[in-house]
Design a protein around this ligand. Structure first.
Ligand SMILES: C[S@@+](CC[C@H](N)C(=O)[O-])C[C@H]1O[C@@H](n2cnc3c(N)ncnc32)[C@H](O)[C@@H]1O
Length: 277
């Protein structure tokens, strides 16, 4: 696969490719690397924050498959593939897991084959779509997922790219309204509550035309409480503090408790469940 810069991308950085750079990937170009380097200069823990966010996603999926028996996942704001991807984590728990991915960045579609390399027993699908059109995503996912059964909706490091004017609460409501009892919502969200120096990053993203909107812990809580979801213990915590014991079986990552601090990750994380009655 060529890593030449696609003509359509212009000279601006993209959030998916900046995140790919933070994770050590190769699907990023000059403008992405420049903006990413500025972010790292402004918030030196950016690489740690990206990695911890990704590992939170792995642990949340593992928890929901293992402890809650969920076998279907809808992941919006998927990002450029970076193994293990969500379906690989889920299908390691049960090869029959079914996963639908959605992202609005054409670069992710280019690499979507890596997201569809699941098990024969399960299923994976990808749709290029914008989270601000949640009905389209639900209609598409309906072909692969059975919405009469529990589905885990993953909005990991996505909602801080949705401006207040685009009604993130309304988007989440539309999505979770469609989910059966026993379904789950996974959210991680950038915040300046854990380290105010993260504020410097806002301007760097905005200079690239990327909406970035930090929210506080109460703002993140509302995505769950407004929809009647109950938070899984320990509630809303920094990504590094959400069930660190659910260690990654594939790479065996295990770090000493407390070796990463909330200030370093700058991101709230939580998992909630839709009541069964
Ligand atoms: C920081 S990455 C997170 C990737 C992955 N969820 C993770 O946490 O490892 C954010 C992703 O959200 C996507 N994104 C941003 N705004 C979006 C929108 N309105 N609709 C769909 N995807 C969006 C970006 O293209 C990017 O791939």
């Amino acid at each position: 696969m060529s890593h030449q810069m696609p003509e359509t991308t212009g000279a601006k950085a993209h959030s998916a490719r900046m995140y790919d750079y933070f994770l050590g990937g190769k699907t990023n170009y000059g403008p992405d690397r420049e903006a990413a380097a500025q972010s790292v200069a402004a918030f030196p823990n950016t690489l740690t924050a990206a990695r911890e966010n990704r590992e939170f996603m792995h642990r949340a999926v593992r928890y929901l498959a293992r402890e809650q028996g969920i076998r279907q996942f809808l992941d919006i704001g998927t990002g450029i593939p970076s193994a293990p991807n969500l379906h690989q984590v889920a299908q390691q728990e049960d090869p029959a897991c079914r996963v639908v991915y959605a992202d609005n960045d054409p670069i992710v579609l280019t690499y979507a084959r890596a997201l569809m390399s699941g098990t024969p027993e399960g299923a994976t699908d990808y749709i290029e779509a914008d989270a601000r059109d949640p009905k389209r995503i639900l209609d598409h996912a309906n072909g692969t997922l059975d919405f009469d059964q529990p589905v885990a909706l993953s909005l990991v490091a996505l909602l801080h790219f949705i401006a207040d004017e685009d009604d993130p609460q309304g988007i989440v409501r539309t999505l979770v309204d469609r989910l059966a009892p026993g379904s789950a919502l996974i959210v991680s969200h950038g915040t300046d509550e854990l380290d105010v120096s993260l504020r410097k990053v806002l301007e760097i993203y905005r200079a690239q035309g990327i909406t970035l909107r930090f929210r506080d812990r109460e703002g993140v809580r509302e995505f769950f409480s407004a929809n009647g979801f109950s938070l899984v213990e320990p509630g809303i915590v920094a990504t590094c503090d959400w069930h660190p014991e659910l260690v990654d079986r594939q790479d065996g990552i295990r770090r000493p408790a407390g070796s990463i601090t909330p200030e370093e990750v700058g991101c709230w994380a939580a998992v909630g469940l839709k009541p069964t009655e």
